[in-house]
Design a protein around this ligand. Sequence first.
Ligand SMILES: CCCCCCCCCCCCCCCCCCCCCC(=O)SCCNC(=O)CCNC(=O)[C@H](O)C(C)(C)COP(=O)(O)OP(=O)(O)OC[C@H]1O[C@@H](n2cnc3c(N)ncnc32)[C@H](O)[C@@H]1OP(=O)(O)O
Ligand SMILES: NC(=O)C1=CN([C@@H]2O[C@H](COP(=O)(O)OP(=O)(O)OC[C@H]3O[C@@H](n4cnc5c(N)ncnc54)[C@H](OP(=O)(O)O)[C@@H]3O)[C@@H](O)[C@H]2O)C=CC1
Length: 497
Amino acid sequence: MSTIAAFYGGKSILITGATGFLGKVLMEKLFRTSPDLKVIYILVRPKAGQTLQQRVFQILDSKLFEKVKEVCPNVHEKIRAIYADLNQNDFAISKEDMQELLSCTNIIFHCAATVRFDDTLRHAVQLNVTATRQLLLMASQMPKLEAFIHISTAYSNCNLKHIDEVIYPCPVEPKKIIDSLEWLDDAIIDEITPKLIRDWPNIYTYTKALGEMVVQQESRNLNIAIIRPSIVGATWQEPFPGWVDNINGPNGIIIATGKGFLRAIKATPMAVADVIPVDTVVNLMLAVGWYTAVHRPKSTLVYHITSGNMNPCNWHKMGVQVLATFEKIPFERPFRRPNANFTSNSFTSQYWNAVSHRAPAIIYDCYLRLTGRKPRMTKLMNRLLRTVSMLEYFINRSWEWSTYNTEMLMSELSPEDQRVFNFDVRQLNWLEYIENYVLGVKKYLLKEDMAGIPKAKQRLKRLRNIHYLFNTALFLIAWRLLIARSQMARNVWFFIM
Ligand SMILES: CCCCCCCCCCCCCCCCCCCCCC(=O)SCCNC(=O)CCNC(=O)[C@H](O)C(C)(C)COP(=O)(O)OP(=O)(O)OC[C@H]1O[C@@H](n2cnc3c(N)ncnc32)[C@H](O)[C@@H]1OP(=O)(O)O
Ligand SMILES: NC(=O)C1=CN([C@@H]2O[C@H](COP(=O)(O)OP(=O)(O)OC[C@H]3O[C@@H](n4cnc5c(N)ncnc54)[C@H](OP(=O)(O)O)[C@@H]3O)[C@@H](O)[C@H]2O)C=CC1
């Protein structure tokens, strides 16, 4: 019997960000391995015209939860969705709900965050810093609380090259920033943001660093741990390989490449692609929850969950395998034949952007105009290139993360726990994982049917022929022009003939 699974039995667990990518996989694993847990409280806001209950039903009715329904048929009764908006005072939680949370919660997993790179400083601080402080304050009033697990990111200190499992101080005190945002107007905030974030690449990573500092400062006598995952990717094994449900991180790039929009990316091919499967992260989170509650470490421990130091893969290897998978399992209705390359040179990158991205978009928009339709490709391409430029920082560098605490925890687990809550990324076979990842993007994100593969392959063949035809025509025109102008070219031509 797994000690960790037994630990969560009978527990009341509070999860923030449960409707997000990581949160859903966390809930799934908890219900599947500890179906006798008492209740999972989730802090949810209504969204896209859906009530809280509709949001919960939608999650439970998804393929991700199919196995859960077998082992825990009353899962609906064990989820208690609580109306909350982390942007508001006291999270806008009702008095009764707050009372219940304060008196019953045993474990907190704090996953909610804004992960947008271009969010405003005000909003990102509110969610990633102030809300964390508020939750810690709530936690300090929970008599039954055993552990508080805060999810940060391995990139919270990406301004450093080597990152240890410690909380680094930020140049400006979080409290000072929170206070000043209260009275500064938006225009001034925009002006001072670059000065504040200094060598952090974006507001997201900066506010996650501030969030960690807040955790350290407000920890009081709570049992706290911080988990720092790198780039969280599709599931590796559980509940099935390849599950993914949003366009963040590599997902959007995989789609844009598979659909033939993206043909060149400015990246350092040999830089480490520090992707970590979401189920691995969740297994570590649950192990850390158990360890923190039972062993009560004297200080706040930080755990890195990254792949680079144990089982590195680089962007080149990943890219080649992604492209190979498109050959076997193509996406439907591609704009162009999927074929991309990495370039580390700024000039070549500009060239490919003009030739392979902007020019085809303009030509396609002309075609749309001529056929009486609204042009849209240039706009779409510009947005895509803006997105890719925001991710470039992370695909052109490598970092070293120490993993002493994560390895220590692994050695503390029984063989059964190591099997059920496996976070040993050395066992990951990258080629297999990437293939399942691309397949998962096709099935769960694009919702494409596998039955459409033969048709998609036929279309790819057609696109390939068009491509060859176009290139041959281009070559002949160039050659013809050259012959007209150069005696040498004419001689070569007569010689060949
Ligand atoms: C041989 C070569 C072969 C090559 C083959 C290829 C091989 C594969 C190689 C893989 C290399 C991967 C590198 C990953 C590095 C990740 C680093 C993460 C590190 C930190 C990790 C963390 O700790 S934490 C989570 C990370 N946090 C995000 O990852 C949010 C980012 N995101 C945003 O901050 C907003 O998204 C942003 C961008 C502002 C736009 O914002 P926005 O206002 O324009 O609006 P939207 O977000 O609504 O998106 C508007 C349109 O962008 C499209 N799109 C959105 N994301 C996209 C995306 N990733 N790739 C493409 N396309 C994307 C979308 O499809 C929409 O398209 P449409 O125009 O048709 O609607
Ligand atoms: N994905 C990744 O690659 C990585 C993620 N992380 C960290 O993991 C955690 C989870 O990330 P991930 O699941 O990918 O992110 P998602 O964007 O998928 O999920 C974010 C969650 O936060 C909730 N949330 C956002 N704003 C509010 C609000 N005002 N009130 C209540 N809830 C809110 C969202 O709710 P709603 O559904 O209503 O929007 C959603 O449930 C984050 O802390 C992130 O920093 C760390 C490293 C990498």
